[in-house]
Ligand binder design. Structure first.
Ligand SMILES: Cc1ncc(COP(=O)(O)O)c(C=O)c1O
Length: 446
C-alpha cells in the first residue's frame, strides 16, 4: 500500500472508485465548488486531537494557531477543550474573535512588538513567553502602565535540538529564546520587576520530529532545565511548555510518530519530575500544530492541461506553489519529495505512469510533484494533495502573481460549506479585541 492509500484507509472512505470526504464523493464537492480549494474534515481533526489527549493525558494542549488560522478550524479545536498558542497580535485577535477565554491563550513568539505585548496584557492572556532581556524590559513597563501582574515564562533556545532525525548537541545561535547560559539572568530580570511573575519555562526543539526516542531525550532535557530554573530563581514553576514538533509522514519513506508509545515512556519520567518540590504543581503544556491538522486537510485541484517535454510527462493543474509552498518542496526542504497525491475521481486505473505536476507560475519552483506514479490522468481529473491541513494555506505566498486566493471548505455529514477565511490586512490588524478579554470592553487595543 502506498502512502496515499494508507491515509485513505485510516481517515477517508472510497465509493465507486472515488475519494469520499465527509460522506460526499469528490465529484459532488467539485460540482458545487470550483477548484482549486482547501477542503477540511472536522471528523479527522477530532480523531487526531483525541489521539493526542489519549496518548498524553497529563498534558494541556495549546494549539499553535500559525499552523492553520481559519476561525472554523480554531473553533473545532477549542470545542475539544484545547487552548491556543498565539504568536502575533493578529493571531491574538483571531483567538478573541473565536471567543477563546483569555485564560486559555498563551502569547509566545519571536520579535513581539510593544503593540503585541500590550495586546497580550490588555486581553489578559494566561502567560506571555519572553525571548530577550529587551522584551522583559518592555513588558515590565507595559505591565506597570496597566497596573497588572503578568505571568511570564522564559523561552529557552536549547543547547540541543532535533534536526533531520538527529539530536544536534550544539549551541544554535537564534533570534528567539534565551541561550542556556542566560537563563539565570532572564530569571533575575523578571523577579526584579514588580509587575512580572516568573511562572515557567518554554523549550522549542524543532518541528516535524518523527523519532520518539529523540523527542523523549528532548523532554528529559527540558525537565532538567526546569529544575535548573527553579534552583536559580527560587520560584516554583506552574508551566513547563514543550512547544509543538510532533511530525507527520509526508513521504513514502516516513513512518507515523509513535505517540502512544511516546506517552507511555514519558509516564515514569513525569512521575519522577513531579516529586521535585519546585515542579510538583507545574502543568505540562504542548503546542502542536502540524500533528493535529495535517491529515484532516486536502488541497484539491483540477487538471487543466498535459504535455510532454524532452521525454517527461507534465500535468498542469489550476493551483500551484502559491497555494502550497510545502508541496512544492520550497518550505525549508533540502530534498524535494512528493506529498501523497491521488486522482480523486478515479482512484484506481489499469496502469500507472510517472508524471511531473506543475502549477501556472511559469517557474521551475512551481512543481508540485516530480515523477509521481499515478493512473492515467486526463484533463479535467481532480488531483488531491493529502497532508494539507497544516502549513499549506498559512505558509504559502498566496499573493504571488495575483491569482485568486482559493477558498477553504468544510465537508461533514453529507454537507460541504464555505468557511470564513482568515485574511490579514490593516483593518484586521486594527480590529478591537473581543469583549471576552478581561479589559477589552474598557479599552480597545490600537
Ligand atoms: C513556539 C512554537 N510552538 C509550536 C509550534 C508548532 O509546531 P508544530 O506545528 O511542529 O507542532 C511552533 C512552530 O514553529 C513554534 O515555533
Amino acid at each position: 500500500m502506498n502512502h496515499a492509500q494508507l491515509i485513505i484507509k485510516e481517515y477517508y472512505d472510497v465509493s465507486d472508485g472515488q475519494l469520499v470526504i465527509g460522506k460526499l464523493p469528490i465529484t459532488e464537492i467539485v460540482r458545487r465548488h470550483e477548484t482549486p480549494f482547501y477542503l477540511y474534515s472536522p471528523e479527522v481533526f477530532r480523531m487526531k486531537i483525541r489521539k493526542v489527549t489519549r496518548a498524553l493525558p497529563g498534558f494541556e494542549i495549546y494549539y499553535s494557531v500559525k499552523a492553520n488560522p481559519a476561525p472554523d478550524v480554531i473553533q473545532i479545536i477549542m470545542d475539544e477543550g484545547c487552548g491556543l498558542n498565539v504568536a502575533t497580535r493578529g493571531e491574538l485577535i483571531l483567538a478573541c474573535k473565536c471567543n477563546c477565554p483569555p485564560g486559555k491563550i498563551i502569547l509566545a513568539g519571536a520579535g513581539k512588538t510593544e503593540k503585541e505585548l500590550d495586546a497580550g496584557i490588555v486581553t489578559g492572556v494566561c502567560e506571555i513567553h519572553v525571548e530577550s532581556i529587551e522584551e522583559i524590559e518592555k513588558l515590565s513597563i507595559l505591565a506597570k502602565k496597566h497596573d497588572e501582574k503578568v505571568q511570564v515564562a522564559i523561552r529557552l533556545n536549547p543547547g540541543q535540538v532535533c534536526r533531520e532525525g538527529k539530536i544536534v548537541m550544539a549551541e544554535k545561535a537564534a533570534a528567539y529564546g534565551f541561550d542556556e547560559a542566560d537563563l539565570g539572568k532572564a530569571a533575575q530580570k523578571i523577579i526584579c520587576s514588580e509587575n512580572l511573575e516568573l511562572c515557567g519555562i518554554h523549550v522549542y526543539f524543532g518541528t516535524q520530529i518523527l523519532n520518539k526516542e529523540l523527542l523523549l531525550g528532548c523532554y528529559e532535557y527540558a525537565f532538567e532545565m526546569a529544575k535548573q530554573l527553579v534552583s536559580m530563581s527560587g520560584c516554583k514553576l506552574r508551566t513547563i511548555d514543550f512547544s509543538g514538533g510532533f511530525g507527520v509522514p509526508y513521504y513514502s519513506n516516513e513512518k507515523e510518530f509513535a505517540i502512544d508509545e511516546f506517552g507511555q515512556q514519558l509516564g515514569p519520567i513525569i512521575k519522577q519530575v513531579q516529586k521535585h518540590e519546585g515542579l510538583s504543581q507545574a502543568r505540562l503544556v504542548i503546542e502542536p500544530g502540524r500533528y493535529l491538522l495535517s491529515e484532516g486537510g486536502l488541497y484539491v485541484t483540477r487538471v487543466i492541461g498535459q504535455k510532454s517535454s524532452y521525454g517527461r510527462q507534465f500535468i498542469i493543474v489550476d493551483g500551484g506553489m502559491h497555494h502550497h509552498l510545502a508541496a512544492s518542496g520550497n518550505l525549508g526542504h533540502v530534498i524535494k519529495r512528493n506529498f501523497p497525491i491521488v486522482v480523486a475521481n478515479r482512484l484506481v486505473g489499469d496502469k500507472t505512469h510517472k508524471y511531473d505536476i506543475t502549477g501556472r507560475q511559469c517557474s521551475a519552483l512551481d512543481t508540485l510533484a516530480r515523477e509521481v506514479e499515478l493512473p492515467t490522468v486526463e484533463t479535467g481529473d481532480i488531483l488531491v494533495f493529502f497532508q494539507s491541513g497544516a502549513y499549506a494555506r498559512s505558509a504559502s505566498p498566496l499573493g504571488f502573481r495575483s491569482h485568486p486566493v482559493p477558498p477553504e471548505l468544510i465537508a461533514e455529514n453529507g454537507t460541504v460549506r464555505l468557511m470564513e477565511s482568515q485574511i490579514i490586512n490593516d483593518s484586521f490588524q486594527d480590529a478591537p479585541l473581543g469583549s471576552n478579554s478581561k479589559l477589552g470592553e474598557q479599552r480597545n487595543v490600537n
